[in-house]
Design a protein around this ligand. Structure first.
Ligand code: ZN
Length: 207
């Protein structure tokens, strides 16, 4: 199908459209706005995009995001694992590195984080092997974890994953709780405001 726009502009619009919440109209608006940017602004933006994979990586211990440091091995810990101010006996398990920042902003949790790759969704072919229970178990044993908090979306996938983890970790004498949302079922953590999230943390319920 031929486009009404020059090819390069059309390609840019197609990319922008892939972003969440961006439809065709918005993508077009963004693209035309970018056309007005100064060449050096575009170059900086382009450089930031191009170097994302080499500059950002996930911590091999906890799965949180961190800057890739050329002088340190990839196995070095991150700011969330490092801090001596954190409580090493409490572990919050999440399904997205982005949610770590939401929890952190509440200042209601001072323990360690553990990010799993994604929630269980057998229908979509997302199975338990991706949860890497062995890594969670290892952290529980190594840190003498006493409490695990499951901070997942209030969705079917979140429920399924919580139940599965509870079962898998039942041999440890730890308390396992889940965020109490006080929000309609189906809510995603990324849309929950800080105050509500802090309440959800304080009101967490044993599963
Ligand atoms: Zn880490």
């Amino acid at each position: 199908m031929s486009s009404k726009y020059p090819e390069t502009l059309q390609a840019l619009i197609s990319h922008l459209k892939k972003l969440p919440g961006v439809g065709l109209r918005t993508a077009e608006r963004f693209a035309f706005e970018l056309l007005r940017w100064k060449p050096e602004q575009l170059a900086t933006f382009g450089e930031e995009l191009a170097t994302l994979p080499e500059n950002i990586t996930t911590c091999q211990t906890c799965g949180c995001l961190k800057n890739r440091d050329q002088n340190k091995p990839d196995t070095s810990s991150c700011q969330f694992c490092d801090s001596s101010l954190r409580d090493p006996t409490s572990l919050c398990i999440l399904s997205s590195p982005r949610d770590v920042y939401s929890i952190e902003e509440t200042r209601a949790f001072k323990g360690l984080f553990h990010v799993i790759e994604h929630l269980l969704s057998p229908l979509d072919g997302r199975h338990a092997s991706a949860l890497r229970i062995d890594r969670i178990a290892q952290r529980i044993e190594q840190n003498g974890i006493k409490e695990v908090i499951l901070a997942f979306d209030s969705t079917l996938e979140g429920d399924t994953t919580s139940l599965y983890l509870k079962e898998q970790l039942s041999s440890y004498s730890i308390s396992i709780s889940r965020l109490a949302f006080g929000l309609p079922v189906g809510s995603s953590l990324e849309y929950v405001d800080g105050g509500t999230l802090a309440r959800a943390l304080f009101g967490r319920q044993t599963v």
